[in-house]
Design a binder for this molecule. Structure first.
Ligand SMILES: Nc1ncnc2c1ncn2[C@@H]1O[C@H](COP(=O)(O)OP(=O)(O)OP(=O)(O)O)[C@@H](O)[C@H]1O
Length: 308
């Protein structure tokens, strides 16, 4: 497992990671979320020894990355997919990585096959597309068959088939009992992939909980109701103490489930055209929680021609 204790990184007078503590457990996929500049990459870089903490520590199975004699066998990481020698073939790149970590050379063809690069293994990586580079980066991460896998934006540049492949792969790795820690800005994808979340903003931990708890706590679900007798239905529900808002001709009701609302309306003989539970999304919850810690946000501008 991964453990961070009071992990801090400062660059000059700028604090990128501000004393964070969290644990990433094995057997599940943990998503690492945060707005741009929150400190995710810096945290992951410290985790794999590419940056040194200014204070605190981050360990993998109780040891610092630098203490592992063959780190690729302990922690597989995809951090900068493009940090490859452009003139080398994919196979040579992996062979070189394997040799320096005491990994048998036959593992190279296994991982090439696993990531779907067997047919292009002899091509120079400098000519790889973004997606092929990502796949090669994932091959490097898996080369040492490590118990801990850290992936920074693994679906960046991948097509829909590739995105689905990463989702299935990370799930399989977690099901095998490995520790899987990944960051992504794609909320819909993260919602499908991660079981647990660590969310940071401005270098601090904002949430560390299950995906379900995170969504339930930070975004409200509601029941959507459409009726040709909207005014009567609204009146009925409000008199029953429910919180009803009208948006674009539909009613949004919080505080009671769809079945109970349907029964209440039905007993009055009022007509319903739709009654749907609308679950809030990970994106809704993320936006709510991180609104105060977003560093770079676009100013909301009125559409051209709108009244000032
Ligand atoms: N080498 C560096 N020198 C100075 N400042 C840095 C350095 N690396 C990161 N930072 C700063 O640290 C903060 C955190 O950056 P980091 O890249 O870790 O964020 P992130 O959460 O990964 O962001 P993104 O989602 O945009 O990738 C940012 O303000 C960034 O400008």
């Amino acid at each position: 497992m991964i453990e961070a204790h009071g992990l801090t990184k400062t660059y000059g007078d700028r604090t990128a990671v501000d004393g964070i503590s969290f644990t990433v457990a094995p057997g599940r996929v943990t998503g690492f979320l945060g707005p741009n500049g929150a400190g995710k990459s810096t945290t992951m870089r410290m985790l794999v020894g590419l940056d040194r903490p200014s204070a605190g520590s981050v360990t993998v199975r109780g040891r610092s990355y630098a203490d592992f004699p063959a780190p690729l066998r302990e922690v597989g990481a995809l951090l900068e997919a493009r940090a490859l020698h452009p003139g080398r073939s994919a196979r040579d790149h992996l062979r070189w990585m394997a040799a320096s970590n005491g990994i048998p050379v036959r593992r190279v063809d296994e991982v090439l096959d696993l990531v779907g690069l067997t047919d292009v293994a002899g091509q120079r990586v400098g000519r790889f597309s973004l997606g092929m580079g990502q796949r090669l980066g994932i091959a490097v991460a898996l080369l040492g068959d490590p118990p801990v896998v850290v992936l920074d934006e693994p679906v960046n540049g991948l097509d829909p088939e590739g995105i689905r492949w990463v989702r299935t792969l990370t799930r399989e790795l977690a099901d095998q009992g490995r520790t899987v820690f990944l960051s992504s800005h794609l909320m819909s994808e993260m919602a499908l992939t991660a079981d647990h979340l660590v969310v940071i903003g401005r270098g601090r931990v904002l949430a560390d909980c299950s995906m379900a708890d995170f969504i339930a706590e930070h975004a409200a679900s509601y029941v959507r109701l459409r009726s040709p007798q909207r005014a009567e239905v609204t009146d009925l529900l409000r008199r029953d103490g429910l919180d009803v808002t009208e948006v674009d001709g539909e009613l949004r009701i919080q505080g009671r489930d769809a079945a109970a609302i349907g029964e209440l309306v039905g007993r009055r003989g009022l007509l319903l055209h739709e009654l749907t539970l609308v679950r809030s999304s990970l994106e809704d919850a993320f936006m709510t929680l991180t609104a105060a810690s977003v560093e770079y946000s676009a100013r909301q501008t009125a559409p051209a021609g709108a009244p000032k």
